[in-house]
Design a protein around this ligand. Sequence first.
Ligand SMILES: [Mn+2]
Length: 374
Amino acid sequence: MVKFIHTADVHLGREFDQFDERGEERREDIRLTFRRIAGLAVEKGIDLFLISGDLFNSPNPSKKDLEFVFETFRMLRDNNVVIFITPGNHDYYIPNGIWDREFNSLGGNLHIFTSPKFETIDLEHFKVSVVGCAYNRHQSNFRLLEKPELKISQQNSILLFHGSYEYPNQEYQDQPFSLEEIKRLPFNYIALGHYHRHLGIFSEERKACFYPGAPEGLNLDERNAGKRHVILGEISDHGEVNITIEEVQRKIIEILSIDCTRFQEKGALEMKIREHAGDNKILKLNLTGKPTMDILETIDELQERFSGYFYLLKINKNRLDTPIDIPVDPRFIIGRFCRKLEDQIDRTENEDEKQLLKVALNLGINAIREAEKR
Ligand SMILES: [Mn+2]
């Protein structure tokens, strides 16, 4: 029997532009989560540690991240864990780059697939052949899994691959493959990387294929939202595969849309936001719909009032429509302003421009009201 753990898309050294002043903390989060995954491997008595690409965010990671990974790998080696890595499209292989230089002293406990052609490592002791290849950025559209040349001499086998599974609303097109192509491969387990969303492609008695997903959410979008996982697996000597999935994240990203049209007064809107609060929560809040004038006025304060309820709160007001009870009385500046902008919005055909004018109208309303209070 062989036991493995599978991760991918850790993206150590990620820039985290969307996370404001929290960027450095998020970089530390992914380090700690990666270490947690390594700790889990030791705790569970894992034999093989599989990394299916994009361990680093770039082919030239910082010294700090390199040292961190080296330390983690050394800890794994000292616990008899064998590590397999395929470079991905972010940390792609460069001759004499990090994959050639940095990890040599780990010896036989670490295998990096540096060739764009499939390479096989036989582990007779575990009755398993481990196959992998480096992501080939010079031929990223090539369908490597269409007619792969594979050498498998052991009874059981594992493939590591960094590429894009084609399914409706697919996200990327790097080293693409179809369900048909991947289903006819002979492996007991296929360890995929590239998609940040966790995705099980198939899980049968003797064959399983998974994307673990990024172990921490990396962008403020649906693909990176929700709980994050690693995959733990076992292959028996007879080839039966057993998979379990473990949650590993430190922070959870949530993307929430609130339609302000539903709320008559601000208390109800605030209650709705509070329902989603959490110390480890990164909330991206998209406000939509037609607010009342009163709600529009309080929206500017929401960021400040609710920041403390979340690890990070990002409010997007740019999708809001114009208020329901918009003032149009021409005796007042605000009425004339609103009429003028509404006229322009009506006349504009381009949707982006329309939305921009709505943002301008909403900002203008609050600015004028603020000025009138003084
Ligand atoms: Mn990738």
